[in-house]
Design a protein around this ligand. Structure first.
Ligand code: ADP
Ligand code: MG
Length: 712
């Protein structure tokens, strides 16, 4: 059975090509690098081990020669024969036409780009070996642009690997470098044998096999990720990730944070806030509040993710945490990714807390980038003096100029929108060597598998219960040409005194086009709905004051319909709104659609979300777009949405990790390899405890310089 085959190809240093250009401990980036070295660096190939772990995307079978008569249309074939004719024609375009005879049949080789040297190589009478895709056709068998070698050289023993490459790095060069790197790499085992399954392949065997599989290992076997060679690599990779997460957690545990003990008086801000809330906490809110409270009393910085579906009531949990912090005599910062979301938080929290803070000579401060300098300076001064016990704003809150007197708790809403750099900047706000506690909030729940891997260094609290009295949102797909029916729905809602959102299409290339669309839609809707209905417009280019005025109008109910671009995506909270129409829904991402939909269904009224979609010219919606729309109709559960989003987009996109630079899994798949993930999770703490040096070696090998990112 080919699956059980052990690698045959010898990758010992003696058999390898000349040394690579780049070695471990290579000169620092910059001058003196050849074009090849620069290209290799771009691919992340620096150390020998990086080369060894850089696996082919496919293989070419150069291990056998087939007879022309045995080939079929579409085969990728290698044939060998004699050139019996060769001519350059100019019709329909310049090309070199070569007729090859291998004794069983003839075929035409067609070259559109060719050099004189190639022409010479293909002179009549020359014996050559060519590889390419066979095409049957009017003229008989043909191969377009085949690769050509002289005949007679020995056939390789292993399939020829093809690596993903970039401009300026030719495949043969890369192949040679990888081969050399693999030969030099030290591949001693880092996982103690007793922790591996008895029949596990060694790392060296697995890598040798995947780079140079023997010809009898069918191609299909290699693509089969359950092959023992793949299993070994996936296990290695998952273990590296778990180890680094665990290390990060331990490092964090070595840091110090202010201990926020509960105030001794009965009139705490926390208890006063509880008293002024217009509702009782849900069970989930109370539980999560306690989890956070316990963290804040520990001398180790909290690193907690609060996840809860849209509308689950995260804001009040954040406010209560802030109150605990202020009760302990410290400052709290609350950050949101957009100004409009930050201002919603500000409006809500000022309403609840400002009167209570005023009694204590404290206040809530507001900080954003768009603020007038004078105002911002004033706020910054209040932050520095400690008078601003709570600071709310965008990432301006953590700008270098803002100095806290004693920041003890930072809350980040929609944390996935913040980059690594911003999270690091926050850590720079430590006062007296004490790191602030960190509470991150997200309406996009992290699927279990991701929580266990990328976010293993995070404590997770979940609001798994919606405030009472919510009715499920009915989601409908409506084709663009039935737009008129939607107007009827809108009128029906307005007649009941309800309000409506209309979200305009997202055209990423051009904000100006977005804006024009939104403006036209507003005018059009205002015309159709008549004078008695007031239709507002909201988009990101509006001045802040105007945005706030429009939001205030919609909140107060003086605006009945709100046409907007996606600025309302997060955080907007108007319980009386019961219908949301999303135009060109096929252009939005799944979690974005879900977030948008979460703007309705916040009151007791039955709510609906209409997804207007426009089929493209072919009358179809693309496959992934269809999967997203289907998911929206089929489920309202944020966890299920997140799971499907992960499925559709893959973890890289899901996490936005491309931008943040966090290393992604190259080989393992969190869903498909759940068992291996469990194995790695169990082994990681044991390794750190019993074999710390092996653990470190393992992490270095796999993550190298990238490990830093995981700690942010
Ligand atoms: P999200 O989790 O999406 O940030 P919000 O904090 O904006 O949710 O809360 C959504 C709405 O539910 C708000 O109007 C909020 O005041 C309300 N709310 C929060 N908690 C409760 C509760 N326990 N009972 C009733 N309403 C609540
Ligand atoms: Mg929110």
């Amino acid at each position: 059975m080919p699956r059980q085959n052990r690698p045959m190809a010898d990758i010992s240093p003696a058999a390898s090509a000349s040394p690579a250009l780049v070695r471990a401990g290579a000169p620092p980036p910059g001058s003196g690098l050849s074009a090849t070295q620069r290209a290799l660096r771009k691919l992340g190939l620096l150390r020998d081990i990086d080369f060894a772990l850089y696996l082919p995307m496919r293989y070419e079978d150069e291990t056998r020669i087939v007879r022309l008569v045995d080939t079929r249309d579409g085969d990728l074939a290698q044939v060998e024969g004699v050139v019996v004719a060769s001519e350059v024609t100019f019709r329909p375009r310049r090309q070199l036409l070569v007729t090859l005879d291998d004794g069983s049949d003839t075929c035409i080789l067609r070259f559109f780009n060719f050099y004189p040297s190639q022409q010479k190589q293909l002179e009549v009478g020359a014996r050559v070996r060519v590889r390419g895709e066979m095409k049957g056709g009017f003229l008989g068998r043909q191969i377009m642009q085949p690769s050509v070698k002289s005949a007679g050289i020995a056939l390789p023993l292993a399939l020829t690997p093809v690596y993903s490459t970039i401009a300026g790095l030719a495949q043969p060069v890369l192949r040679r470098e990888v081969r050399a790197g693999l030969a030099r790499a030290v591949l001693d085992e880092t996982i103690p044998a007793q922790h591996l399954p008895r029949d596990a392949w060694s790392l060296r065997d697995a890598l040798s096999f995947l780079h140079y599989p023997t010809p009898d290992a069918a191609m299909a076997t290699l693509e089969d990720r359950s092959h023992p060679a793949w299993q070994r690599l996936k296990a290695e990779e998952l273990l590296a990730q778990q180890l680094s997460q665990l290390q990060a957690r331990r490092e964090r545990a070595a840091q110090r944070a202010p201990v926020l003990s509960p105030a001794r008086t009965s009139q705490t801000l926390h208890s006063q806030l509880m008293a002024v809330l217009p509702f009782a906490l849900t069970g989930a809110q109370a539980r999560v509040g306690e989890e956070i409270g316990k963290d804040l009393m520990r001398p180790i910085p909290m690193h907690r993710l609060l996840q809860g579906d849209v509308g689950s009531g995260k804001t009040v949990v954040a406010a209560l945490a802030a109150a605990l912090c202020i009760d302990a005599g410290h400052q709290c910062a609350l950050m949101a990714p957009t100004e409009i979301l930050a201002s919603q938080h500000f409006a809500k929290l000022v309403g609840w807390l400002d009167p209570l803070l005023a009694e204590r000579g404290l206040r809530v401060a507001w900080l954003t980038g768009s603020q007038k300098k004078k105002e911002r300076d004033g706020m910054a001064a209040a932050v520095e003096s400690g008078e601003a016990a709570l600071v709310i704003g965008t990432h301006a809150v953590i700008s270098e100029k803002v100095r806290f007197k004693h920041l003890a708790l930072a809350i980040i809403d929609e944390q996935h929108r913040f980059g690594v750099a911003q999270r690091l900047a926050l850590r720079g706000k430590a006062t007296q060597g004490l790191e602030p506690h960190l509470l991150m909030m997200s309406a996009t729940p992290i699927p279990r598998t991701l929580a266990m891997s990328y976010y293993a260094d995070l404590d997770v609290s979940t609001l798994d219960e919606l405030p009472p009295g919510r009715t499920p949102i009915v989601t409908k797909l409506v084709a663009e040409h039935r737009r008129d029916e939607v107007i009827g729905r809108i009128q029906a809602q307005l007649a009941q005194g309800r309000q409506v959102y209309w979200v305009c299409p997202l055209i990423e290339e051009s904000e100006a086009v977005d804006l024009r669309n939104a403006t036209e839609t507003r005018d059009e809707l205002a015309g159709t709905l008549g004078d008695k209905v007031s239709v507002g417009l909201l988009h990101s280019r509006m001045p802040t004051a105007e945005k706030q005025a429009v939001m205030a109008g919609f909140t107060a109910g003086t605006l009945q319909v709100l046409v907007s671009t996606t600025v309302i995506e997060v955080g907007v909270d108007v319980p009386n709104a019961s219908l949301m129409v999303i135009e060109h829904a096929e252009r939005f991402g799944l979690s974005q659609l879900h977030q948008l939909r979460g703007r309705v269904g916040r009151g007791a009224a039955a709510s609906a979300c209409v997804l207007l979609y426009a089929p493209n010219e072919g009358g179809r919606v693309g496959e992934t777009a269809r999967a997203r729309l289907r998911a929206m109709v089929e489920t309202g559960d944020g966890f299920e949405i997140a799971r499907r989003d992960l499925e559709i987009r893959g973890p890289g996109e899901f996490l936005g990790a491309r931008q943040s630079g966090a290393p992604l899994l190259r080989f393992a798949d969190l869903e498909a390899d759940a068992l291996l993930l469990d194995w790695a999770r169990e082994l990681a703490p044991k390794m750190l405890g019993l074999h710390p040096d092996l653990a470190q070696k393992h992490v270095d090998r796999w993550l190298g310089s990238k490990a830093e990112y995981l700690k942010a």
